[in-house]
Design a protein around this ligand. Structure first.
Ligand SMILES: [Zn+2]
Length: 248
């Protein structure tokens, strides 16, 4: 059984180690830190149901520094670390996006595509990755704080400041759907780690769910994924538009 670390973004009431207590909020007053914890708990539940061991970096309304969040995965040599966030900008901009660090390992790009594809399917929102990999110098993904065995990404599920998304986030059905999507994306990635098995081509991963094979023998924690070079470089780099304001 592999350890999958889910990091609910933000928390608490003050900045800790580069992590803001909160970033985005909805018109209803829903805070990002509340939504990330809620959805992350649902992701953990979905992962456990699929036979994985899910570990949350926080389970209460507290803040952890960015390096401390990463260290949870590093200590476990977890194969997967997903930091869950919601975005906010002008109340109109909408879409789902997933980031790798600018100096990420190739495996993070594979995880990025799998998580993004499955989450876009769940949210039904615009794919702000446009089928590719977005990179940003995000502290929580800094390779210095992560084990080389860990694929790590930061997911911005949606822009919660858009009124209809704020409303959707009040319903358990939508949050469960999003969580199931995230878990399916992670499951698809974990399935590629099985020893002696051909890696699932990245193109197939974009379809998300068909690659989810939770009953397969799992790779031991810390064991390397099959060394098959995959081009991690995004085909077309999406220029960092000023829309994205969060730097968490
Ligand atoms: Zn955030």
């Amino acid at each position: 059984m592999v350890d999958i670390v889910i990091d609910p973004g933000h928390g608490g009431s003050r900045n800790v180690g580069g992590s803001d207590a909160n970033h985005a909020s909805g018109p209803s007053g829903l805070l990002e830190k509340t939504a990330t914890l809620d959805v992350a708990k649902r992701v953990a539940k979905a992962l456990e149901a699929a036979g994985h061991n899910a570990v949350l970096t926080r389970t209460t309304d507290e803040n952890l520094g960015l390096a401390a969040r990463a260290k949870v995965a590093e200590r476990l040599k977890a194969p997967v670390f997903v930091s869950v966030h919601f975005n906010g900008f002008d109340g109109v901009t909408q879409g789902t996006e997933t980031f790798c660090h600018t100096t990420h390992f190739p495996k993070s790009a594979v995880l990025c595509k799998a998580v993004q594809a499955a989450t876009v399917t769940a949210t039904g929102l615009r794919d702000r990755n446009r089928g590719g990999v977005k990179t940003l110098d995000l502290g929580v993904l800094n390779p210095n704080s992560h084990d080389a065995a860990t694929a790590c990404v930061l997911l911005e599920v949606s822009f919660m400041d858009v009124p209809d998304e704020d409303r959707r986030l009040q319903t358990a059905a939508y949050k469960d759907k999003v969580a199931a999507g995230i878990a399916a994306g992670i499951g698809a990635y974990v399935a590629t780690l099985s020893v002696g098995r051909e890696s699932v081509p990245a193109r197939q991963l974009q379809d998300g769910f068909e690659a989810l094979l939770p009953s397969r023998p799992e790779v031991a924690a810390g064991q390397e994924a099959p060394r098959r070079r995959r081009t991690a470089a995004p085909k077309k780099k999406v220029a960092g538009k000023t829309e994205r304001v969060e730097r968490a």
